[in-house]
Design a protein around this ligand. Sequence first.
Ligand SMILES: *Cc1c(COP(=O)(O)O)cnc(C)c1O
Length: 392
Amino acid sequence: MIPVYEPDLSQLEEDYLLDAFRSGWISSKGEYLARFEETFARWVKVRYALAASSGTTALHLALLALGVKPGDEVIVPALTYVATANAVTYAGAKVIFVDVDAASWTLDPKDVENHITDRTRGIIAVHLYGRPARMNRILPIAERHGLWVVEDAAEAPGARILGRPVGGIGTIGCFSFFGNKILTTGEGGIVTTNDEQLAQLVFRYRGQGVSMTVTYWHDLVGYNYRMTNLAAAIGLAQLERYPQIIAAKRRLARWYTERLASIEGIGLPAPLDWADEVCWMYSVLVPRRDEVRAQLAEAGIETRPFFFPLYRLPIYYDSTAYLPISENLAKMGMNLPSSTRLTEEQVDFICTTLSKIVRKTKPVEFTTAVWPAQVAEERSMVIQAASHADST
Ligand SMILES: *Cc1c(COP(=O)(O)O)cnc(C)c1O
């Protein structure tokens, strides 16, 4: 089976990890942590970077530092990983889902404006699958309404918008270092910001709310969301090898695009003229996606479907919501194998197999017109599931 992702680990990660282990600094203090945070801050061109135990806890820390509380509303794209919305829920606030735009698959600035109310406090822009959100349109909207913008850059370290690294453009940036992300520490995350006060609050919430000056003095309820020095050792090696990793990702995206661009019935990610993307997961849109995925699996090729629009999950279920672009992308989108270790021969095999399958399943017209019926069918299933959950 060709896996959808594999971490890119080398001798350097092993050396640093062993060095951290042998130093005895295996918990959340140590030289690697300090070096990792400093290097990351320089790399994203921000003043502060604070390592966390995961991308999810990084997001929660960001929202805590921003003072998000019950009664607040936070705008989130419907098409993202569930952790983006969960962080808002942890803070007690209400998630307001808005649609993405068809070209970038990220927050649609117009739909953001449609959903701003008196209770809106901020916007989480997600750089989905390595494709940067339209920050140059979102930031002015936020400014006009006095809102903060958190960048969920979990899937896009190294991407740039008009030359600026993502994660250093909004009020706060958050990254994930889960095993299948572009950079990994096993489990881990980091918060980036230029704001000293926010950085201090993130520091304190991360470490049980301890005072900056008095030991064992706690004047807010914090968490233990720290990263270990062991994880940071792996992370530092990953950062030092980043040019190599990104070059491999760019080459992979080029291989896929060259082979798939001329195949009828396969939708490719549109080039973004405002950003350099990083291709976390090379993604395509195909009709009858689930059938195509099953046939690819039979041929030994693992893929992943796009996320569900989050308002369709039982935990965020909203029977009145229907965001058409998110619905269509969720229906047709899938991630192809995207690890840096793939060879050109493997990409050839994947593309040839995919083309054959798509040609066979072609009878469905490649238009959005066919989707509402199928979506309606699935919606009724979700409604049944939800009403069942209510009654038990
Ligand atoms: C992976 C991911 C997260 C969460 O990161 P973890 O390290 O798994 O907690 C958050 N948002 C997005 C968009 C992600 O892809």
